[in-house]
Design a protein around this ligand. Structure first.
Ligand SMILES: *[C@@H]1O[C@H](CO)[C@@H](O)[C@H](O)[C@H]1NC(C)=O
Ligand SMILES: [Cu+2]
Length: 557
C-alpha cells in the first residue's frame, strides 16, 4: 500500500472522462447510532438462499434445495434458484431441474460459474448427485450436465484453481447427518476435465478424517513457482497437497479446540494477502462445535496458522468471546472480516419433530456480527439483526461496501409458521465504514472503460489506471482485489482478499476533485485465481461507492 501523492498540473487530454452519476440508491440516510453499522430488510429472496454468489455488481444468484417455494418457474413448478436484483429488490426464477441439496460452486477462469453435486430427485426434479450446472452469464440462466461426474457428491467443496478450472473435493455419496465410511467419497475431480471425461483421483486425507470431513475447507496456497498446491482442513487436521503429484506436501499440527467441519460447522478464510510480506498466507478458522449434541455450546475460538512458517503453530483466540456454530466469514472492502449468522448451541441440521414438540438442533441464534481486524487482532461486536439466520443461511459482500445477509431453513421443506421458518427476507448490513465522515471515492473508469457495464479484462502484474472523484482534497488511497466466492453452509468457496499496491496518484487539474490512480495487479494466479474479481478503493477509511468488476487472467502471449 505504497501511496504516493503527486500533485501535478499534467493535462490528461487523451483520457475519456465519464460523468459522475447520482449517488447510488443504496446510500440512504439513516437515523440513530451508526457506529455499529445498520440493518435493513430490503426484499424477498424467492427461494431459500442455501447457496449464493454475486454474478455482477448488483445481482446475486441464490440456489436452494428441492422444495416448494412460492416463486414459480414458467412451467408452474417451484423455482429452486433465483437471480436477485439489488436495485429492484426482486427475485427472478431460474431454471434448475436437478436437486441441488447440498451442492457447491466455484468460478472458472473464463468467468463462468460452475455448481456441482446434490441429492436425489422426485416427480418434478431429477437427481443432482452427479450433476454439474453451468451458469451461463450471457443468458442469465443455468444449463445442467447430468450424470457427468464419475461419482456422487453431497457436501463437496469446490475451488477456483490457478489453472482456470475448478476442483470438486470430497463429500459423501448420500445425504447423512454425519459422514461414515460406507458413503464417504475420498476423491477429487476437475471441471472441465483435462481429458474428454471427468475422472476421480484419490485423496487419502479424506479417508483418514472421518467423520468430520464434509465440506472440507480448501484454499489455494500462494507461491511463486507455479505449483498447484492446495491447503485442506478436516477433522482438526490440516495438510498442504500437491495436485500435480497427487501427494501430501506437509502436515501441520493438529488444531486445538473443537471440530469445524459439517455438521459441527465452522468457517475459514485466508487472511488478506499483501506484497509487504511477499503474500505470506495465514489461514484462519473459527467457530464449530466439540460434540454432535443438541445442548453442546458452540465453539468460542479461532485458530490462525502461518502456512509458510517452517514450524507453524496454531495461534488461538476467543472469537470475540461468543460461542458460534455455522458462522459466515465475509471480507469487507478494508480487509476486515465480518463473522455473521449462526447459532450459540447445537450443530448444522434439521429440526427433529414438529409442532410444539419440535427440537431445534441449532438453537439460540447469534444475532450480531463481530468484525475482525487481522492487524490489530481485535473482534468488535456490531449491531444486531432481528432475523435469526440458522442452518442454510448466507452472507456476501456487495460491491457498494454493504453485506447481503439472507437464508435460514433448518428443515426439510418450506415451513413458515414455526420458530425458525424458511426465511426469505433479504437484509443489507451497512458496516460502520459507510458512516465515516471521510468522503467516499467514486470510481468513474478503469482503463478508460466505464465501470460495471461489463467485466473489464485485466491481467496479472498489470498496472491499471482508475479515474476517481473524491471531495475534500488530499485523498489517501488504498486498493484491494476481492474474489467473491460461492457461499454455502458457512463456507465461502474461493473467497480471496489481496491488497493492491497503489503505484501513483495524480490530481487531474482539468476536473475538480478528480484523480488518476494507478494500481498494480497481483503477480500470479497462485496468489488469486483467475476469473471475476472486484477492484476496491478506499479514501482513508471510506470505501468507494462501488468496486469495479474485472475478469483477471494471464496476459495473452
Ligand atoms: C467457460 O468454460 C466452460 C467450460 O469449458 C464453458 O462451458 C463456458 O461456456 C465458458 N464460458 C465462456 C464465457 O467462455
Ligand atoms: Cu445442508
Amino acid at each position: 500500500m505504497n501511496v504516493k501523492l503527486i500533485l501535478s498540473t499534467f493535462l490528461f487530454g487523451g483520457l475519456i472522462i465519464f460523468n459522475v452519476n447520482a449517488l447510488p440508491a443504496s446510500l440512504i440516510e439513516r437515523d440513530g447510532d451508526t457506529s455499529l453499522g445498520t440493518w435493513q430488510i430490503v426484499g424477498e429472496s424467492g427461494v431459500n438462499a442455501m447457496h449464493a454468489f454475486l454474478v455482477s455488481a448488483r445481482k446475486v444468484v441464490f440456489v436452494d434445495k428441492l422444495e416448494g417455494n412460492a416463486l414459480k418457474r414458467p412451467d408452474g413448478i417451484s423455482a429452486i434458484s433465483a437471480e436477485y436484483d439489488l436495485d429492484k429488490n426482486e427475485a427472478r426464477p431460474l431454471s434448475i431441474y436437478t436437486n441441488t441439496f447440498c451442492s457447491a460452486g466455484a468460478w472458472l477462469g473464463n468467468g463462468t460459474l460452475v455448481e456441482a453435486g446434490g441429492d436425489n430427485g422426485d416427480a418434478n426434479f431429477r437427481s443432482g448427485r452427479q450433476t454439474v450446472r453451468v451458469y451461463d452469464q450471457s443468458i442469465g440462466d443455468w444449463y445442467e450436465l447430468e450424470g457427468i461426474m464419475p461419482s456422487m457428491r453431497w457436501y463437496p467443496t469446490m475451488l477456483s484453481l490457478p489453472s482456470g478450472n475448478v476442483l470438486v473435493v470430497g463429500g459423501s455419496k448420500a445425504a447423512t447427518g454425519i459422514n461414515k465410511e460406507a458413503i464417504n467419497n475420498p476423491t477429487y475431480t476437475y471441471y472441465p476435465p483435462s481429458g474428454t471425461v471427468m475422472e476421480d483421483y484419490p485423496l487419502q486425507f479424506l479417508a483418514e478424517t472421518l467423520p468430520n470431513n464434509l465440506y472440507p475447507m480448501v484454499h489455494v496456497m500462494p507461491n511463486f513457482e507455479g505449483k498447484p498446491i492446495i491447503f485442506l482442513h478436516a477433522n482438526q487436521r490440516s495438510i498442504s497437497f500437491d495436485l500435480g503429484s497427487g501427494k501430501v506436501v506437509f502436515e501441520y499440527p493438529k488444531l486445538p479446540g473443537a471440530f469445524r467441519n459439517y455438521p459441527l460447522t465452522g468457517t475459514s478464510v485466508i487472511l488478506p494477502l499483501s506484497s509487504i510480506d511477499n503474500y505470506n498466507a495465514r489461514f484462519m478458522i473459527c467457530g464449530g462445535n466439540k460434540a454432535y449434541e443438541i445442548t453442546s455450546e458452540g465453539e468460542a475460538s479461532c485458530g490462525i496458522l502461518d502456512l509458510m512458517a517452517e514450524n507453524a503453530e496454531w495461534e488461538m483466540n476467543d472469537f470475540g468471546g461468543t460461542p458460534r456454530v455455522m458462522p459466515d466469514a465475509t471480507f469487507l472492502v478494508d480487509g476486515t472480516i465480518l463473522f455473521v449468522n449462526g447459532a450459540r448451541t447445537g450443530f448444522a441440521g434439521y429440526r427433529k419433530g414438529g409442532g410444539a414438540n419440535a427440537l431445534w438442533v441449532n438453537e439460540n441464534p447469534v444475532l450480531f456480527p463481530v468484525l475482525y481486524d487481522s492487524y490489530a487482532k481485535t473482534f468488535k461486536p456490531l449491531a444486531s439483526s432481528i432475523v435469526p439466520r440458522m442452518y442454510h443461511s448466507v452472507s456476501t459482500l456487495v460491491p457498494d461496501g454493504t453485506v447481503l445477509v439472507t437464508g435460514s431453513n433448518p428443515q426439510g421443506g418450506v415451513s413458515l409458521n414455526v420458530k425458525y421458518p424458511t426465511e426469505y427476507r433479504v437484509e443489507i448490513f451497512s458496516p460502520p465504514y459507510l458512516f465515516s465522515n471521510t468522503p467516499r471515492p467514486n470510481i468513474i473508469s478503469l482503463q478508460t472503460f466505464e465501470i460495471n457495464k461489463e467485466r473489464i479484462k485485466v491481467y496479472y502484474q498489470q498496472i491499471v489506471t482508475l479515474i476517481v472523484q473524491v471531495a475534500g482534497g488530499e485523498p489517501s488511497f488504498k486498493a484491494s482485489l476481492i474474489h467473491h466466492g460461492f457461499i454455502t453452509h458457512s463456507q465461502n468457496m474461493g473467497q480471496r482478499f489481496v491488497w493492491l499496491d497503489v503505484v501513483n496518484v495524480w490530481m487531474d487539474t482539468t476536473v475538480t476533485d478528480q484523480y488518476i490512480v494507478t494500481v498494480l495487479l497481483p503477480p500470479n494466479s497462485n496468489i488469486i485465481a483467475p476469473g471475476p474479481s472486484f477492484i476496491y478503493l478506499m479514501n482513508y477509511d471510506a470505501p468507494a461507492y462501488s468496486g469495479v468488476e474485472v475478469l483477471l487472467n494471464e496476459q495473452p502471449a
